[in-house]
Structure formats: C-alpha cells, structure tokens
Write a protein that binds this ligand. Structure first.
Ligand code: G3H
Ligand code: 13P
Ligand code: ZN
Length: 312
C-alpha cells in the first residue's frame, strides 16, 4: 500500500523506532527491498534520486514502485531523494510520488527557506509530504568542529526553518556523510546537537549518509577484487542511539551498492562460464535483501506492521 513518508515516519516517531529509506535505480534493488519489507513485516521508504531518474527513467522507476506497493500490504512510500529544483519536484508529484525532498541546503539560508516553502506549497496540494535539509553533510573532521557550527545543523536555525517553511521532515547534519568513506579517524556523531535540535522542534528528523559499511560486505567484495581501502561507515550502536534521540528516517544507499558489488564480483570470479544476467544479478538481489533485512531489525521497524494491515 502506497502512503506518504509523513504517515510512515510519524507512526515510527510515536513508537520510537526508525524506518529505512533505501535508494533504488533498478528492478533488482526494488525487489530486494520489497521482499525484505514483506519478510520483516516492516514499513519501507523507496528513495529515488534525480540521477537514478536520469538512469532509469521517471516513468519506469515510479511504475515499478507502484506495482510493488500494490501487491504488498506493508506501507510503502515513493520518495524523491535530494530533489534540487521545483521542476523535478513537479514531475515527481505528477508521477505519483507520495513524498519529495527539496535539498536546497547548498544555497544561502534565505534561498533554502524560499525554495523549501515553494516545494511545500506544491507537494501539500498533491497530498505529498516534504523533507528539506539544513546544514551540510560532512564527517566531523576535527578542524570543522573547531571552526564551530559552519556545516552542522544549528538547532535554533532548525526551529526557525521549520516554522517558516512548514516542512514535514528535516534532514540534519550531525556528522554523517554520503558514500563509503565517512571517517578518517574514529566514527563519531554529534549527539548533543541532535538532542538540542530535538528540543527546539518536533519536526520529523532524517539521517542521511547513514550506511554502516559492514566489514563482512567489504571483505566479500575485496576478496573478489574490489578496491575499498579506508572504507568506513556509521557504527550500528550510533544509529540506534540516534533513533532513540529522535531520528525516524535513516537513508541507506552505499551498503546496498557494496552488497551488490560483492555478490556480482563473486559470481563473475567463481563462475566464469556464467553469462545469464539472472544468475549474476539474482545473488546480488539476495545480498541486498540480506542487508535491508538487517537494517530493518537494527532500526526497530521489523514486525511493526500488524496483521490487520498485512491482510488489508
Ligand atoms: O544521496 C544519495 C545517494 O547515495 C547518491 O545517489 O548517485 O543516485 O545521486 P546518486
Ligand atoms: P549512504 O551513502 O550512507 O548510504 O547515504 C545514502 C543517503 O543519504 C541517500 O540520501
Ligand atoms: Zn542523502
């Protein structure tokens, strides 16, 4: 069943668990997430970026998510991830997205407010919810911490931003970053900042760049030739602490990509005569499904879809 992020997240926030937003750009990744959500009885957010749209086509990607949402009875949201302009937001709303992110965090504060307000007005007319971003995602490198609140989200500004834009969800910067190389030193998140943000505003909170870069996934990929020296992600206990402090949507892309890569490499390296795409991509789907299921358990969303909803 297709619902908005706001619906999934507010239920999660009230019950104190988190929900994974998993990026897709092809059928196998969607199938992995769909199967994981059904087996875990977990709500799920399917996230599609503008570059995924350029790769797979808006109509194709939106259609397969709608098909998946129709045939399973766990709540599914079709979400635009990191939308950068109102034109993309409009296209996605027309295509039936139930949630959109306007990421104007790279702009001046005033322009971020203005663009977010405009996105909220467009999306709310279509019954979709809106996520915006304040702050810049980056690892907490020592020099940045010393410089002060240059890139991490300012709690007072967050409060003002939410009041002015009426956004439903806010992505905050507390030390995560996108990709597989999040830290040079010890992984850390600014939990005090998260607490302060939670105190200032009751908007739904989102953590981008939340992949863990699991060792077993890295080991498998490197065993079969991947070069990933220095890859490091967010600690699992840090994610759980962030959820306990108010994060209710956790964005995962890198861990799925790494699992995909390791599985494909393994098939190609161990079965050189294999050339059936299904025999190459099937194990990749299974590997991504395993990762998605582990996330659902970690975030506490497993088992949260009750029998009544499952039979709906
Ligand atoms: O922020 C989301 C992604 O990890 C980057 O995705 O390569 O599809 O833009 P993309
Ligand atoms: P990761 O790169 O940590 O998986 O983050 C993905 C993300 O934030 C997508 O919006
Ligand atoms: Zn992101």
């Amino acid at each position: 069943m297709l619902v908005s992020n706001e619906c999934i997240m507010s239920t999660a926030a009230a019950a104190g668990y988190g929900v994974g937003a998993f990026n897709i750009n092809n059928l196998e990744t969607l199938m992995a997430i769909e199967e994981a959500a059904v087996e875990e009885k977990s709500p799920v957010i399917v996230a599609i970026t503008p570059s995924a749209i350029r790769y797979g086509g808006l109509d194709y990607l939106a259609s397969i998510v709608k098909v998946a949402a129709k045939r399973i009875s766990v709540p599914v949201s079709l979400h635009l991830d990191h939308g950068k302009d109102l034109e993309t937001i409009t296209r996605c709303l027309k295509a039936g997205f139930t949630s959109v992110m306007i990421d104007a965090s790279h702009l001046e504060y005033k322009e971020n407010v203005a663009m977010t307000k405009a996105a909220v007005s467009l999306a709310h007319k279509s019954g979709a919810s809106v996520e915006a971003e304040l702050g810049v995602l980056a690892g907490i490198e020592e020099d940045l911490v010393k410089e002060g609140d240059v890139v991490l989200t300012d709690p007072h500004l967050a409060e003002e931003f939410v009041k002015r834009t009426k956004v439903d969800a806010l992505a905050i910067a507390i030390g995560t970053s996108h990709g597989a190389y999040k830290y040079k030193g010890d992984p850390m998140l600014d939990f005090e900042r998260l607490k302060a943000i939670r105190k200032q505003t009751d908007v739904l909170l989102v953590l981008h760049g939340a992949s863990n870069v699991p060792l077993w996934v890295i080991e498998r990929a490197t065993k079969y030739g991947a070069e990933l020296a220095g890859a490091k992600g967010i600690r699992e206990d840090h994610i759980q602490r962030a959820i306990s402090l108010g994060i209710s949507k956790i964005n995962i892309d890198t861990d799925l990509r790494l699992a995909f890569t390791g599985a494909v490499r393994q098939v190609l390296a161990t079965s050189p005569k294999q050339f059936d795409p299904r025999k190459i991509l099937g194990p990749a789907k299974e590997a991504m499904k395993e990762v998605a299921q582990m996330k659902m358990r970690l975030f506490g969303s497993s088992g949260k879809v009750v029998a009544k909803e499952m039979n709906a």
